[in-house]
Design a protein around this ligand. Structure first.
Ligand code: UD1
Length: 381
């Protein structure tokens, strides 16, 4: 009988990671029985539903419908609702991805119930415990039975935390599996602008533009940091038009702090949160990307597009050492200097990191078959 793996998603960045994993688990002569659970952490259609359609992710078998709340309440509510489901489903393993609250909540319930935990995208560390994601990463890795990493440096981080090397497998980056498979279907930039009702005059007949994304609490919850970032971007937009798909958290903060006027009178196109194919189309042809996202640092490296990260650190150092990423923090002068460098030189050349080759999910499936004793060889024996 095929073994059941319960896969967990909760927030937008989980969706591009789980898509190739589910496909690989269901493939081959001896497919796993995949049960997909959505915690409901992200629920807006623009943050959720349209990604399922674009990425071909099956409809979740179970939705916990937790919605937004404080970190403690959201995490606790996921745990409370997940426990009876896990008891009923009784999978051979629970597979979690990334570093959101849904990741740690479901991993913790599983481990307490004696169910094996698999963590995809393990071992990334910013060494900044002020980031909620960093806490989620450290704790999830501690209680995972099998850990899949995207870059070699992740192993050093895990060994330092006492995790034994035989639980860790370097398989590459599943998000880049999705990127390569979806690239031919990316929505052209002009189509996205048209659908967003952005006037044709926005680009002044040129094709050069930059992208901005912002959603980290450290950038958008502090009014002074957010104001300074928006002023800096407004300055940049006088040289390079900026397309800014606005995360719901960020829009809420900009409005409640009364900062909207800083970015409405200039060359900035404000868009709703975009779907995966729209975002891919915007990023691939951008002159540069300004972001505080983790995933976009990786996507720009895979696409060879210059990335300027508006944070003081990154948990994805390979995007800096091998890729196109530059960390500037939030200081206006540093950001201006990095933008100027890109506009003058085209930015760092960068190369695609090892195993960011579109096959990471297949490597994961192979390890899991071996681990759960479901390979054909095991059956034959
Ligand atoms: C979460 C993840 C973050 C990830 C990000 C991607 C954690 C700790 N953080 O942050 O790692 O990079 O998702 O988006 O899990 N909201 C909506 N509609 C939605 C979802 C959220 O309006 O569908 C608003 C709500 O006001 C909510 C706020 O956004 O309170 C924050 O949402 P939440 O999921 O708690 O965290 P994110 O900031 O999205």
């Amino acid at each position: 009988m095929s073994k059941k793996i319960l896969c967990v998603v909760g927030a937008r960045p989980n969706l591009m990671k789980i898509a190739p994993v589910i496909k690989a688990l269901k493939a081959g002569p001896n497919p796993f029985d995949v049960c997909l659970l959505h915690t409901g952490q992200h629920y807006d259609s623009s943050m959720n539903d349209q990604f399922f359609a674009a990425l071909g992710i099956p409809k979740p078998n179970i939705n916990l419908d937790v919605g937004s709340a404080s970190h403690a309440v959201q995490t606790a509510e996921i745990m409370r609702r997940f426990e009876p489901v896990l008891e009923q489903e009784a999978p051979a393993a629970v597979l979690v991805v990334g570093d959101v609250n849904s990741t740690i909540a479901c991993a913790l319930v599983a481990t307490k119930m004696g169910v094996k935990v698999v963590h995809v995208e393990a071992g990334l560390r910013s060494y900044d415990r002020g980031m909620p994601e960093e806490v989620n990463r450290v704790l999830t890795d501690q209680i995972s039975d099998i850990l899949f990493t995207t870059e070699r440096k992740a192993m050093d981080n895990l060994l330092r935390e006492g995790i034994s090397a035989d639980r860790v497998h370097f398989v590459g980056n599943v998000m880049i599996d999705t990127l390569f498979s979806q690239l031919p279907h990316a929505t052209p930039m002009l189509e996205t602008l048209r659908q967003s009702g952005i006037s044709k005059t926005f680009l002044n007949g040129k094709t050069d533009y930059g992208i901005l994304t912002l959603h980290r609490p450290s950038n958008v919850d502090d009014v002074n940091v957010l104001r300074s970032l928006l002023i800096t971007v407004a300055d940049i937009s006088q040289t390079l038009p900026i397309i800014f798909p606005v995360h719901p958290r960020t829009r809420g903060r900009i409005e409640s702090y009364g900062l909207m006027e800083l970015i409405t009178s200039v060359n900035i196109a404000l868009l709703r949160p975009q779907g995966y194919l729209e975002m891919l189309g915007l990023i691939k042809d951008a002159r540069l990307v300004l972001t505080d996202s983790g995933g976009i640092q990786e996507e720009t490296t895979a696409l060879g597009v210059p990335c300027i990260t508006l944070r003081h650190n990154t948990e994805r150092p390979i995007t800096v050492t091998e890729g196109t990423n530059t960390i500037t923090g939030t200081d206006s002068q540093q950001i201006h200097a990095a933008v100027k460098y890109v506009l003058l030189t085209g930015g760092k050349a960068g190369k695609s990191p090892e195993f960011w080759d579109g096959e990471a999910a297949l490597r994961i499936a192979a390890v899991l078959h071996d681990w759960l004793g479901t390979t054909q060889q095991h059956h034959v024996a």
